[in-house]
Design a protein around this ligand. Sequence first.
Ligand SMILES: Cc1cc2nc3c(=O)[nH]c(=O)nc-3n(C[C@H](O)[C@H](O)[C@H](O)COP(=O)(O)OP(=O)(O)OC[C@H]3O[C@@H](n4cnc5c(N)ncnc54)[C@H](O)[C@@H]3O)c2cc1C
Ligand code: SF4
Length: 337
Amino acid sequence: MKPFMYVRAHSVDEATAAHAGRPTSRYLGGGTNLVDLMKLGVERPSTLIDVSGLPLDSVDELPDGSVRIGATVRNSDLAAHPLIRDRYPVLSQALLAGASGQLRNMATTGGNLLQRTRCPYFQDLGKPCNKREPGTGCGALDGVHRDHAVLGHSPQCVATHPSDMAVALAALDARVELHGARGGRDLPVAEFHRLPGDRPDLDTEIAHGELITGVLLPPATAGVPCAYRKARDRASFAFALVSVAVLLEVEDAVVRRVRIAFGGLAHRPWRATRAEEALVGTAPSGAAFERALDAELSAAEPLRDNAFKVRLARALACDVLRRLSPQPPGRTPCPTP
Ligand SMILES: Cc1cc2nc3c(=O)[nH]c(=O)nc-3n(C[C@H](O)[C@H](O)[C@H](O)COP(=O)(O)OP(=O)(O)OC[C@H]3O[C@@H](n4cnc5c(N)ncnc54)[C@H](O)[C@@H]3O)c2cc1C
Ligand code: SF4
């Protein structure tokens, strides 16, 4: 590992000031992703600014009913927090579907949002990768890409974003709070991560040196049926092949509001706005769910080895929608994939 300087920040201003003027600095959260990448030589920061001790470790209800999650809240604490378990259970479920208990005890909210792709070519210095080293090519495009993107990818990069938490946050219309040299701002989680285009080296819209200070959840509507479901190669300790977060509000036998976000399909959590638009105002049924999901997934451009993800996404989301809808499950069957 390349030698580096370590700075422990005690305030947000101290953290951002320590970053300024040091172009290869990195903030350190739980270190579960960054330190692994440093050991592999993929990340080679000159300075690590440890932000894990900043006073951003609480989950608070704001006067308007929204909930603010501090950037250093650990994934396990967030999943277990009564405000999250009671009002945003889809977020608890997503967090508990990720990694392992030990990793969740270390991983922070900010670090989880900024964790890097698990594409094996990105992690292997001996392989070409436009994300790790712009202009070298994409090893996955013609190589091993069963786990890679089917939506929104480019010839420059076909990687997926790996966070489970971010998928639930995208469905919940959460916003990321940032603090940098020019002050504070916030961005919707659904727009925070970028599609690769011709700059796959940029994972997100975050500016150099900006610190994630928190995540803001809009006020929750009590009792909205919701669920996070993840399909993976092993029952635990594995990243999503496909995952889906769904919140479904049905009133007078008609879908009033629905929010759907997919993981494992794209370079960012994929908010399924076409499917949502197609469902609002319709009676929930297996056929309606499938039509809506087809409207979304018809944009998919699978690679040689991952067309199964499109069928899996449709079947997974259709089943979750069916289970969340108020009719008895037997009355709204989903067509088989
Ligand atoms: C074996 C294994 C299995 C895993 N399985 C899953 C899984 O199934 N699902 C899943 O979602 N995740 C999984 N993970 C990933 C894990 O969730 C992430 O490693 C973790 O969430 C990263 O959080 P961290 O605080 O440790 O980040 P760090 O490693 O500390 O940092 C990650 C990145 O975020 C930056 N950063 C950290 N905090 C801030 C901040 N406040 N502001 C700005 N930048 C910041 C760092 O500079 C770095 O670039 C797995 C990890 C491992 C090792
Ligand atoms: S998919 Fe993206 S991360 Fe993977 S090798 Fe290609 S450019 Fe690199």
